[in-house]
Design a protein. Structure first.
Length: 453
């Protein structure tokens, strides 16, 4: 055990001890020169150690949108999200931050991941953890870099440094049977979806890695409000600026060559090419997807008028079109309530929301404790009618043929493989985690998070 990291040493024989759900340790990536925020300050993740015998890690990417040009980056909110200067460092500041966390990260002790080692990767690069580019020449005035052109976009380096740091300091991936559950919400979920296969190849050692994508789905829809930049155009402009090409698989690149490669960053087009098993959640009336296209900014808690609700139905149809229908034996699971919600895993709604009559807590439990890929594969979607109808008890499961888009090209049907370390894919059952304790089903709270009629 002499060369094992401290966590790995402790995991070889000590008894379990109860972990403090607020015991987060800041880990600034100062030893990794390119793992930096937009302004050049060091990126960081916050680490909460689980049971010392645990060999399970949750690596979760924080979501907070992105920017794609000077105008979209030159906003007070984006500038504030482009630095780690305000990240908490003192015990008092860290505890205050920890008390703001919700969902599976809350301090109640009820989280299904309460015994896991958790790395919460903070966002500070405005690139969905996908970029790898330097500031443009001349994008500086009086020593101050222009937002966007004068920024670093180093999401790729932040991810690589985080995984390398976790392996070095915690022993992650040091043993066969280690499990890494890798995901994020919103822009973090989009980043995790695009980078999962890349990280599975050489960044998790002997561990198995699977995905957890929360609210990652962007669909090709024209904004309702004139003058807004569509999700497609945002992605195209971002692709040209941020140099995310390392994450474009050869398979996706072959299907979307040349000027269409940006599509490999957008979940609606990329999902058919994701090879590592995943659990995906996305609300059919996603608050971010709708309010960004209706109002031009994230507007949670806002009621929609009849015209906007009609637009929401168009959005829902596209979500149902682009959501994958998991193939038997893929190990993939999809959970899609017909609710007006966003980011279920990092919100209190995690404990109460359901799709097709199955709670998210129960669906996650079934997936994590599945004894085979067939048992893990699931497709839970509400099929009720009417805006935000998912909180009613009449939603039912729907299954269908393999995913297909309404675009001009027929997409291939992928068969994901199970990754076990850097040696390549090998088939194995999905009994990769100890059973997660489910909570007693609670009635849906109509005012929980953003479940609004």
């Amino acid at each position: 055990q002499e060369n094992l990291p401290e966590t790995a040493k402790k995991s070889t024989g000590q008894a379990h001890t109860l972990q403090n759900p607020n015991a987060w340790e800041p880990r600034f990536l100062e030893d990794y020169p390119l793992a930096i925020c937009n302004d050049g300050s060091p990126a960081a993740y916050y680490y909460r150690e689980g049971f010392v015998q645990s060999r399970q890690w949750l690596v979760f990417l924080e979501g907070a949108g992105w920017c794609w040009d000077e105008k979209s980056c030159n906003m007070p909110w984006k500038i504030r999200l482009g630095t780690s200067i305000e990240f908490p460092r003192t015990p008092e500041a860290i505890l205050s931050w920890a008390h703001t966390l919700k969902g599976v990260f809350d301090s109640t002790g009820r989280s299904p991941f309460k015994d896991w080692h958790v790395a919460y990767v903070r966002t500070c690069s405005n690139d969905a953890f996908l970029g790898d580019s330097s500031p443009l020449q001349g994008a500086q005035q009086s020593g101050v870099r222009k937002p966007g052109p004068g920024w670093h976009f180093r999401g790729r380096r932040i991810l690589e440094a985080t995984f390398e740091d976790l392996r070095r300091r915690t022993g992650m991936g040091g043993f066969e049977g280690d499990l890494v559950l890798y995901g994020g919400c919103s822009s973090g979920g989009r980043g995790a979806l695009v980078t999962l296969d890349y990280l599975a190849k050489s960044f998790v050692g002997k561990a198995s890695i699977v995905g957890l994508f929360d609210a990652p789905l962007w669909v090709p829809i024209k904004p309702l409000k004139d003058g807004l930049v569509s999700f497609d155009e945002q992605t195209r402009l971002f692709f040209a600026r941020a140099n995310p090409g390392s994450f474009i698989s050869q398979e996706c690149k072959a299907h979307y060559p040349g000027a269409e490669q940006w599509k490999c960053l957008e979940a609606g087009f990329r999902l058919p090419f994701v090879r590592t098993p995943y659990f995906l959640t996305h609300a059919q009336y996603d608050v971010f997807g709708l309010t960004m296209n209706i109002f031009g900014h994230f507007y949670p808690g806002h009621y929609l008028n009849p015209e906007q609700k009609e637009y929401a139905e168009q959005y829902r149809k596209l979500v149902l079109t682009y959501l994958p229908n998991p193939q038997s034996g893929s190990g993939n699971a999809v959970f899609s309530p017909a609710c007006y919600a966003h980011c279920m895993f990092s919100d209190a709604v995690f404990y109460v929301i359901d799709a097709a009559g199955v709670t998210l807590v129960a669906a996650l439990h079934r997936w994590l404790s599945a004894v085979s890929a067939d048992a893990a594969t699931e497709n839970l979607r509400d099929v009720c009618q009417g805006f935000n109808c998912g909180h009613r008890p009449d939603a039912k499961v729907v299954t269908g043929p393999s995913w297909s888009a309404s675009g001009p090209k027929a997409l291939p049907t992928p068969v994901p493989t199970f990754q076990t370390g850097p040696t390549g894919p090998t088939a194995q059952p999905l009994s990769f985690a100890t059973a997660v304790q489910t909570t007693t089903q609670m009635p849906i709270l109509e005012d929980a998070a953003m479940l609004l009629v």
